[in-house]
Design a protein around this ligand. Sequence first.
Ligand code: ZN
Length: 360
Amino acid sequence: MTGGARAATLDLTRDAGALTADLVDIESVSGDEAAIGDAIEAALRGLPHLRVDRDGDAVVARTDLARAERAVVAGHTDTVPLAGNLPSHVDGDLLYGCGTTDMKSGVAVALRLAAAMAEPVRDVTYVFYDCEEVEAARNGLGRLSRTHPDWLAGDFAVLMEPSDARVEGGCQGTLRVDVTTRGQRSHSARWWRGENAIHAAAPVLDRLRAYTPRRPVVDGLEYREGLNAVAITGGVAGNVIPDACTVSVNHRFAPDRSEDEALAHVREVFAGFEVTLVDSAPGARPGLDKPAAASFVAAVGGEPRAKYGWTDVSRFSALGVPAVNYGPGDPELAHTPHEHVSLAKIADCEARMRAWLAGR
Ligand SMILES: [Zn+2]
């Protein structure tokens, strides 16, 4: 972008690859999405078949055709900080630049669908939101779910995060606990007067090593849980028997368990030990058994797979909307200086999404 007084404009009739480049060239590091929000809002306001709302730098556009079903298509407009990778440039089939894969190519596809699909077979709500790449408290989708939950209502949501054009269903939950052992301090020269809390942590590690994580199938997708020590702290000085030791444990759990159930399970694993919850975030069911999701999977093709990491699909899930990730970018390239995306993949992704919304 040239900056200054001239506002960026977007032409939604340009092909999705060119539109991706236009979006990439509007710098929008988290917290600085006003210009891209303005450009998206202006482009969508001109379309008579959409109702457009704005909250902060988030823009929400929807068809209101009284269809039996409503789908939500969502994407974040922010990027991680630049790494000398703007403006965008094309090399063969690849478009390079900050945000190409994560996730302005997905945003471009969503904008193209919003502009072109005046009469989709299911009503669609398009959500373009800010601040996904920063701490959860600033997340634009989280804000919308608090201020305007009705704007996010739907039967099924597609989050166009980079998934290498494969359907990734739901996401695993995550929680962290501290498992603490207590002892008694003494001089290490008279160690028998004390009680060593670090030694007392050995059975905690034994239980972790012996633990067999579940691999449950939820709505047709196999998840892979984990229970792992991620830190250990303890010790007072080189000549002191330690009186406390804490093993920090991270549990990744499949979406057939709630946060409470997952915590109860962890407490059971460490029965007899002092267990303190540090933080926790719920998983999300893929919901692939729902008709809207099944028709999506059929239209876009490929074998759906489980999402192991935590993503914003969980925010939809919390609102009762099953959600999947599906976008043209390669997730491995997200947040890298040489981030790029295949132009052919963007076009292919758009064609499949169009077929879904056209009921073909
Ligand atoms: Zn992203």
